[in-house]
Ligand binder design. Structure first.
Ligand SMILES: [Zn+2]
Ligand SMILES: [Zn+2]
Length: 228
């Protein structure tokens, strides 16, 4: 599998250095996107990638608002409808703007979204956030990747799943403590996870992040790819 970071900024990130959340996972047969914040549609267009499906971790705006721009692109270019796997309520949000924009998508709502897309199996587990949220595990049968989405550690379901993963993509939204907002700090991510790839980072704390992380983790950046 090839993992490409389309957007690595938190909801609070400023400017264009890091777009909001989005990760592309490509296998031999499938292209899926985990979360689809603002800017992700532009990254996909730059790469010339049309995803087969999108999996949304939760309904905070920085994790799904880019989908609407992408649906407009699909309409203009006459591309088949996007499949969106999501928690409840996304369908209602889409419904509100669908007719006025002449866009559509095939929405699969579930408390724990899961699907098989060609050679990729995707399933979700409970994350520990301010609102209902999941983490996704993606596997091609040989290797597996876990993407936490937004979560505050220690989060038991995630910590139980992590030892089985070949690559751990973990959120890290502040330097010290952001539990009150349902997030994990850089310090906590390093304490609970061995060699994670850190994402969901506010660009305004970039220097502090680098100083704390050193060689203990990989700091994801927009455009970075990792082969798993
Ligand atoms: Zn977020
Ligand atoms: Zn969130």
């Amino acid at each position: 599998m090839k993992v490409t970071f389309l957007g690595t900024g938190s909801g609070s990130t400023k400017g264009s250095a890091r777009f909001k959340s989005g990760i592309l996972i490509e296998s031999k047969g499938a292209k899926v996107v985990l979360d689809f914040g603002s800017g992700i549609h532009m990254r996909l267009e730059d790469l010339g990638v049309i995803p087969d499906a999108v999996f949304v971790t939760h309904l905070h705006i920085d994790h799904f608002s880019g989908i609407f721009d992408h649906l407009v692109r699909r309409k203009i270019d006459n591309i088949s409808p996007l499949r969106v796997f999501t928690l409840k309520e996304f369908g209602r949000i889409l419904e509100a703007v669908k007719n006025s924009n002449d866009i559509d998508a095939i929405v699969h709502e579930s408390r724990f979204p899961n699907a098989t897309i060609e050679d990729l199996e995707i399933y979700s587990i409970e994350a520990c956030h301010k609102i209902p949220a999941v983490s996704y595990v993606v596997t091609d049968g040989r290797k597996s990747v876990i993407y936490t989405g937004d979560t505050a550690e220690p989060c038991e379901p995630i910590l139980n799943e992590i030892p089985r993963a070949d690559l751990v993509i973990h959120e890290a939204s502040c330097l010290d403590d952001c539990k009150a907002w349902g997030h994990t700090s850089i310090k906590e991510a390093l304490r609970y996870v061995e060699k994670p790839v850190l994402t969901h980072i506010p660009s305004q704390i970039e220097k502090g992040v680098q100083n704390l992380v050193g060689d203990k983790a990989i700091i994801a950046r927009d455009g970075m790819s990792i082969d798993v």
